[in-house]
Design a protein around this ligand. Structure first.
Ligand code: ADP
Ligand code: MG
Length: 403
């Protein structure tokens, strides 16, 4: 994989450099609620600009349906990038159309432009190689060189991630180099005990990684929405909690294998329950009650780990040497359900372990809840990407940068 330093050494002055970034930030209307991903790619963009490149930054944001949708415009992200760079950033209101071509043509050496959301084009995410390739051909016309630095998207076989680097001389950006370096530390010569904390809402995405981590980790702590599938697998009723019934047999298999391998599975011993999902807009008090994990009422749902579990998890993390954490412990967006996530974050801050936080919401949670990013070993910009790496899968966006 060519590094950005090697690319810079070869000289990029006057060259149009396409930077596939991940500017997929959480938005409240047009307000960015967490700019971590933009800050993470800034060094790559500024190094290229300082070396005289004409930088074309591209990204997806959210899940628009292959057509322009103002709710998913990258304009706020472009403005924020400009603030971070301390310079004017041009913005193209389309991706490969007239605006993009004119904006890129108008760039002078050292200037930066952001083009509109890549997913406004159906070709970006198409499963059809020809359709994706045709879109990549159009993107390729905008640039002379390609820098892959959108770590959060490298697990996607998308036009800008996979097909475009095949069409242009390419290198990996600094963010991707850092992220891959950290993930290597979680897979090769891991310092032990190695504890993994998994939570969040995307249960099925995350069950896959357990299979692989069973061979690597010493301890796996489960929280968030996936905890209820585990509790069910142990024979407990979970009321109206998030549940993936079809995964119960797989989970039972994991629990059994963990026992054979001597891997410790730690499940919640108590949870916060309520009759309904909280209102995340008004944040009106939710009045949850604490119940034992094996006594969830039939008409209630679990929305955070309880106080005894917080203490238990903190203790299980205190003596770890390596920790990987993906997925909030509860619906942290509501203050009544943020304590579990806070407790895990605090345990990582207090522990001398090399700690890695992965997952868009987990990373945002850590910052939104007021923790100092520097207190963690690494906060990854990629959720799915880091999970798939840890699963041992080949990531299309990294493979494309290899040759
Ligand atoms: P990440 O982005 O860190 O990978 P996910 O996207 O999987 O994490 O999950 C984050 C979401 O999970 C948050 O929006 C949070 O509200 C939700 N969540 C956590 N615990 C629960 C729960 N018990 N029930 C429903 N949703 C939950
Ligand atoms: Mg998420």
């Amino acid at each position: 994989m060519k590094t950005i330093d090697e690319l810079l050494a070869e000289g990029v002055a006057g060259k149009r450099v396409f930077v596939r970034a991940d500017l997929n930030v959480p938005l409240d209307g047009t307000t960015i609620t967490d700019d971590g991903r933009i800050r993470a790619v800034r060094p790559t963009v500024s190094a290229l600009a300082a070396a005289g490149a004409r930088v074309v930054v591209a990204s997806h944001l959210g899940r628009p349906k292959g057509a322009p949708d103002p709710a998913f415009s990258l304009a706020p992200a472009a403005a924020r990038l400009g603030e971070l760079l301390g310079s004017e950033v041009a913005f193209a209101t389309d991706t490969v159309g007239e605006s993009a071509r004119a904006t890129v043509a108008a760039l002078t050496d050292g200037q930066v432009a952001v083009i509109e959301n890549l997913r406004f084009n159906a070709g970006e995410t198409s499963k059809d190689d020809t359709e994706r390739g045709a879109f990549a051909d159009q993107l390729a016309e905008l640039a002379d060189l390609y820098v892959g630095d959108g770590f959060g998207a490298v697990h996607r076989k998308h036009a800008s991630v996979f097909d475009l680097p095949a069409r242009l001389p390419h290198a990996a950006g600094g963010l991707i180099a850092t992220e891959v370096g950290v993930l290597k530390k979680l897979t090769e010569d891991v310092a032990r005990p190695y504890a993994v904390v998994l939570g969040g809402a995307k249960v099925s995405d995350k069950l896959g990684v357990i299979d692989h981590l069973l061979e690597k980790a010493d301890r796996i702590l489960i929280g968030g929405g996936m905890a209820y599938t585990f509790l069910k697998a142990q024979g407990h009723e979970v009321g109206i909690s998030l549940l993936q019934e079809d995964q119960v047999p797989a989970v039972q298999g994991y629990l059994k294998r963990a026992e054979e391998l001597g891997v410790e599975f730690v499940l919640p011993v108590d949870v916060l329950v309520a009759h309904e999902f909280p209102d995340l807009k008004t944040k009106a008090p939710a009045h949850p009650t604490t119940v034992a994990a094996d006594a969830i009422p039939a008409d209630q749902e679990g929305l955070d780990i309880g106080p005894a579990t917080r203490e238990l998890y903190a203790a299980k993390l205190a003596d770890a040497a390596t920790v990987f954490w993906n997925g909030p412990m509860g619906v942290f967006e509501h203050p009544d359900y943020a304590e579990g996530t806070k407790a895990v974050a605090q345990a990582l801050v207090d522990s001398p372990a090399f700690s890695v936080v992965g997952g868009g919401d987990s990373a945002a949670a850590v910052r939104i809840l007021g923790f100092d990013e520097n207190a963690f070993g690494h906060i990854s910009t990629g959720g799915g990407a880091s999970l798939e790496y840890l699963e041992g899968k080949t990531l299309p966006g990294l493979a494309a940068l290899e040759d």
